[in-house]
Design a protein around this ligand. Structure first.
Ligand code: SAM
Length: 205
């Protein structure tokens, strides 16, 4: 049994997981800004603006984005994840708006310049994907970007999140977003080797 299967024979009860485990030992824990997002921000020359980090978990990405000057809202379905992430941000003196929230039944209002999703979409039930697309579409300004990182179909470990081909991403998001790019990459965290991933840049029509 590999590490992903050991921790997630099925998709986890997120709240229980964050109550029981140190975030630093979770497979997705990455203390620095995701390198694919970093490159995308550089390429698109994005240095300021509002960003929603969906499924923020340990909050490392929200923190790294706030440190770069973005105005960050960070949400997660787990109250404990939000509490832990909030502590980290406060300790660093950062002003991030954290809220416990289910993206499939969101209470978040307003529109953001960007949305980042590093690992939330790929754990959602397939039958709820359209709700996700419609919700996220409604949370972004016209021409705003959705940066999406998910497991790739090339990842062969058993267990863990759903995997996607670039064609599937186009199929799910294509009606509502222009697909700017979909790159094969890796999901940096605590697993070795890191899982194979897709990094997608999608722009709201
Ligand atoms: C793979 S983890 C990634 C965490 C974080 N984005 C990171 O990269 O460190 C997925 C996260 O999505 C959260 N999540 C799962 N379902 C969700 C939902 N319906 N709405 C909001 N967050 C959700 C989980 O609690 C978990 O923190």
């Amino acid at each position: 049994m590999n590490e992903l299967q050991r921790q997630f024979p099925d998709l986890p009860d997120w709240e229980k997981l964050y109550q029981q485990q140190q975030v630093e030992s979770m497979p997705w824990y990455n203390p620095i800004l995701d390198t694919d997002l970093e490159q995308a921000l550089k390429k698109l020359k994005l240095e300021r603006g509002t960003i929603l980090d969906i499924g923020t978990g340990p909050g490392t990405q929200a923190i790294a984005l706030a440190q770069r000057g973005f105005r960050v809202t960070a949400t997660d379905i787990s109250e404990t994840a939000i509490a832990k992430a909030k502590n980290q941000a406060q300790a660093k003196g950062l002003n991030i708006f954290f809220q416990t929230d289910d993206i499939l039944d969101t209470r978040i209002e307003g529109k953001f310049d960007f949305v980042f999703d590093r690992g939330c979409f790929h754990v959602l039930p397939p039958e709820r994907r359209q709700t996700y697309v419609d919700t996220v579409h409604g949370l972004i300004v016209t021409q705003g970007y959705l940066f999406l990182k998910c497991f790739s179909h090339l990842e062969t470990r058993e267990g863990g999140p759903y995997r996607f081909t670039p064609e599937q991403i186009r199929e799910v998001f294509g009606d509502r977003f222009q697909v700017i790019s979909i790159e094969e990459t890796a999901y940096q965290g605590t697993l070795d080797p890191p899982p194979k991933a897709l990094f997608c840049i999608l722009q709201k029509y």
